[in-house]
Design a protein around this ligand. Structure first.
Ligand code: SF4
Length: 513
């Protein structure tokens, strides 16, 4: 799936950060079965049909998010026709749709942990240790019309330490899917286990950064500190990209976060006036500033259309969100997604609207009756929030460069060699390739956002001051090429160009099949 462009950088035009992510859930399931299996990730209709025609499968598992219910229905229909003897199993977030049993032709619907369910279904050991697949966090990365070369070790490895989040915010699909408030499932409950899994990925993928796909990684403090102790003992200068709530981040000193290698945090900002306990008593604007001062990049996530929002107070709330100057900012409509407590509440109150399931994703219009904001206005406010963030804070690529430089300046002479090495690694592209991107960005924005263009020019001067002639030469050699590619991309996007992930086929234990 393409996460960033869909819900984070979508208003940034050619500057949007584009990349795809694999379907990690089914990769985890496949890795933990001893039965022969084939995994098709992002199959086309034709590829799916060909696979079923060529091989017989006892079980056909289909995993999906809610919006793809139509595709699941069609895949079930195809599976019944092409492989009538097979048992069809459907899982993933789509399984949370009430009454899904009547919408699709499947034999089994699986909610929650698919590894345990599938092991039990196949008669395998449900309690066997979880093996982690070696997964690169993203592929086909592109920005400004240029495909970023996938040099070994540059992309992070994805590690999934736990699923679910015990904080149980009412709208949260992942928390609800794995049990809701008070519940979560640890695949690796100790820092030692996690360290071992990370070392394996480091060796196999040649990485030094990790995207920890845990809904609230820092909330598990003891595990994080144990991991830190192991990293220190082994001298690992790793960089970690994590999801964490404000209350969890505040359980650590900035020094602890930096030592742990936390380089990027996805944090729910929701709204300054929301009642979520994770935000109570926390000044998130100050927290954002502090994280930046320590070189930690922030992806802030704000909700548009909470119950207290009105057309009068929403502009001010969006302005407040934008004032965080987060490196990335996701805006999402308040959305009752099937399976969540919010959905049940709206259903009981009769406030759900008859909206196609394919449109329930928080990036279009409300799917419920809001007391003060119409469906059309929900879209207008959402689109405006993205545009306003882009106008005031500029391209996210520029923002991450700024935060990275801030961190490097602060820690380049740190007495801890692990910390110095990490910041040296993070700054490496700023000394060279990013110079070209920034050169092009400054020129391209001259026409549309003069003040941002000036800010980028000042920043480039700062970079030249730090990195001298190399940065200047690379910037001016590469810059014109990037500018040309970026303008071409802008034109293509205006003409409706979209990107689709390629199909992956992975067979496991197949020699015995
Ligand atoms: S803190 Fe984040 S991950 Fe946890 S329940 Fe709330 S929204 Fe979900």
């Amino acid at each position: 799936m393409e996460l960033y462009h869909n819900q984070v950088t979508r208003a940034q035009g050619a500057f949007s950060v584009r990349m795809f992510h694999r379907s990690w859930g089914i990769l985890m399931i496949q890795e933990n079965l001893s039965a022969p299996s084939t995994l098709l990730d992002f199959p086309t209709r034709e590829r799916f049909a060909r696979e079923l025609a060529r091989h017989h499968y006892d079980i056909i598992g289909i995993s999906s998010i809610v919006v793809n219910i139509g595709k699941v229905r069609e895949m079930c229909r195809m599976a019944r026709t092409l492989s009538p003897e097979s048992t069809i199993v459907v899982g993933g977030h789509v399984a949370a749709i009430p009454g899904i049993e009547r919408m699709i032709d499947a034999d089994q619907i699986v909610r929650g942990d698919g590894i345990a369910w599938m092991r039990a279904f196949l008669g395998e050991d449900v309690n066997a240790p979880i093996r982690h697949p070696h997964i690169v966090s993203a592929f086909d990365i592109r920005t400004m019309g240029i495909k970023v070369p996938a040099s070994a070790g540059d992309t992070a490895a994805t590690i999934i330490p736990s699923v679910g989040c015990p904080l149980g915010c009412n709208f949260c699909t992942t928390s609800a899917f794995f049990g809701g408030k008070g519940k979560f499932l640890n695949f690796y409950s100790t820092g030692d286990e996690l360290f071992r899994v990370m070392c394996e990925a480091e060796k196999s993928l040649n990485v030094r950064s990790f995207f920890l796909m845990d809904e609230n990684f820092l909330l598990h403090r003891q595990r994080a500190l144990d991991l830190l102790a192991r990293m220190k003992a082994a001298g690992k200068p790793w960089a970690l990209y994590v999801f964490s709530s404000a209350n969890a981040i505040r359980m650590y000193t900035m020094r602890e976060l930096v030592e742990l290698g936390v380089s990027w945090i996805w944090m729910g900002l929701e709204s300054a006036h929301s009642a979520y306990s994770k935000l109570q008593g926390h000044d998130t604007v100050a927290l954002s500033r502090e994280l930046h001062e320590h070189g930690i990049k922030l992806l802030g996530s704000t909700i548009v259309g909470l119950e207290h929002h009105t057309p009068q107070n929403l502009p001010e709330e969006i302005e407040h969100a934008v004032s965080h100057e987060a490196d990335f900012h996701q805006f999402m409509l308040y959305t009752p997604v099937p399976g969540t407590p919010l959905y049940r509440e709206m259903e009981v109150r009769g406030r759900l609207l008859d909206v196609d399931l394919a449109d329930i994703h928080g990036q279009h219009r409300f799917n419920f009756e809001h007391a003060a904001i119409s469906r059309d206005d929900s879209k207008r406010f959402l689109d405006w929030a993205f545009r306003r963030d882009f106008q005031r804070n500029g391209p996210s690529l520029y923002r991450i460069c700024r935060t990275t430089l801030q961190g490097w300046k602060r820690y380049r002479s740190d007495p801890d060699p692990r910390i110095r090495q990490r910041f040296e690694w993070e700054i490496r592209s700023l000394k060279t390739g990013y110079g070209g991107l920034l050169w092009a960005m400054e020129r391209q924005l001259r026409q549309t956002n003069e003040s941002m263009s000036r800010q980028i020019r000042e920043f480039r001067k700062e970079l030249r001051g730090e990195f001298g002639v190399l940065s200047r030469v690379v910037g001016s050699l590469l810059g014109p090429v990037v500018l040309w590619a970026s303008l071409r991309e802008q034109k293509r996007l205006a003409e409706g160009r979209t990107y689709e992930p390629r199909t992956f086929v992975e067979r496991r234990n197949w020699a015995d099949a």
